[in-house]
Design a binder for this molecule. Structure first.
Ligand SMILES: [Zn+2]
Length: 408
């Protein structure tokens, strides 16, 4: 990977359009073989994308979105709704994922518990939060029955799924998902971890926003506590992936020291570019790199540019583009000195839509535009493949290969 930066003039949107970069599947691969350097007009297949963070079931159950339908239809049904800021602006559906060759993702169960006095919204008991995750899981199961999605929970399923998506026409294939739990409050007793593991849960972020049962999350400060350490011990037995995203600094450092299993950061950007406790400091990124982790870059506008004012700023007023996404990816690669630790954890359906996404992204399929932007910065085809899917897949293969639990 070269360290050359994109010149300021090429950020001009008009010029970008004139290059007529195609993200469609009508391109051919003939010109990509050999040692030819990546070039913006080189026709190629869209590179397979692994998105390490989507809240698909939350969208289905809490936002009432039928993600099997065309995106125009989902938006149309929300045209007059005003209950949430992202109504009629969603960017994620299963057909759009197929269009963008996003054939595998990490999909969440997410339900927070808020104790009395907790300033963050959430369910008023962990049992209610657990029940919400049951509803979300039921939706994933229904998607599997319909052939819309496919759960990936062990090595053979992973290899089979990747093989399937290797074919030319992927327009009718099930989107693969690895189940993750964003915020562990819903595990109201620790033996539920085994139940969840048997259901295919493979990664856990112990906390979300505020103080949680097992750790402190974004915008709160504190450590793990006894319950948190018990959870991590139990996770270790299953070689579950510890997702450090959303951990407060103290919880992050304690968890990294305590946990002996695999660690990643599913949707997490760089604090040195956009200061906030939700972001990773360079020290934390270096620790993750040394630990062999992969960090998924998120596309939420407030995490891409500094001092974003929610509900006031717009992607246009702040000129937030996919270039900013490339900046965060690049920062991780520069710290690592290679392209082996950066990935995509778009979070594009994480309670925001077009009003808080890069302005050159209409739907999640436009993640493919990052290919062109990274190539312009000197990233090779191999680097881009690493970032688009290779790093996360290598990471998962390694864990599942080494553990008898997953290599059945
Ligand atoms: Zn999140």
């Amino acid at each position: 990977m070269q360290k050359n930066r994109l010149s300021a003039t090429l950020r001009d949107e008009k010029m970008f359009e004139e290059k007529k970069y195609e993200t469609g599947k009508n391109r051919t691969t003939e010109h990509t073989s050999g040692n030819t350097k990546p070039h913006i007009i080189t026709p190629m297949e869209p590179t397979f994308i692994f998105d390490a963070h989507l809240d698909l079931a939350m969208n289905a159950i809490e936002w009432n979105r039928d993600l099997t339908r065309p995106i125009e239809e989902v938006r149309e049904r929300e045209r007059l709704m005003t209950d949430k800021p992202d109504r009629a602006k969603n960017t994620v559906t299963l057909p759009e994922m197929r269009k963008g060759n996003i054939g595998l993702c990490v999909a969440t169960l997410i339900a927070r518990y808020a104790k009395p006095g907790n300033p963050f919204p959430g369910w008023h008991s962990p049992e209610q939060a657990w029940a919400m995750t049951r509803g979300q899981l039921a939706w994933y199961r229904a998607m599997e029955k319909k052939g819309e999605m496919k759960q990936i929970a062990c090595l053979s399923q992973l290899e089979e799924h990747l093989e399937l998506w290797n074919r030319k026409d992927t327009s009718n294939l099930p989107v693969g998902y690895i189940l993750s739990l964003e915020g562990a409050d819903s595990l109201y007793q620790t033996d539920l971890l085994e139940t969840a593991w048997q259901e295919g849960l493979r990664a856990i972020g112990p906390a979300h926003y505020g103080p949680g049962t097992y750790a402190h999350g974004t915008d709160s400060e504190g450590g793990l506590g006894e319950k948190g350490r018990q959870l991590l011990k139990a996770m270790e037995e299953f070689q579950m992936i510890l997702d450090v995203t959303h951990l407060s600094d103290q919880s992050f450092f304690e968890a990294i020291d305590f946990y002996k299993g695999p660690v990643w950061a599913s949707h997490h950007n760089c604090r040195s570019l956009v200061p906030h406790n939700r972001q990773l400091s360079d020290e934390q990124i270096n620790i993750l790199i040394n630990r062999g982790a992969v960090i998924g870059t998120s596309l939420d506008a407030w995490m891409l540019v500094p001092a974003w004012k929610r509900g006031i700023d717009t992607p246009r007023s702040r000129n937030v583009t996919l270039e900013n996404v490339a900046d965060h990816i690049d920062h991780i690669c520069q710290l690592a000195g290679n392209s082996l630790h950066a990935g995509i954890g778009s979070d594009l359906d994480g309670a925001f839509g077009k009003e808080q996404s890069p302005l050159d992204l209409e739907t999640i399929a436009d993640l493919q535009k990052l290919h062109h932007l990274l190539a312009l910065r000197g990233y090779s085809e191999e680097d881009i493949s690493n970032i688009f899917h290779g790093n996360f897949i290598r990471f998962i293969r390694k864990i599942w290969n080494e553990s008898k639990l997953y290599s059945l």
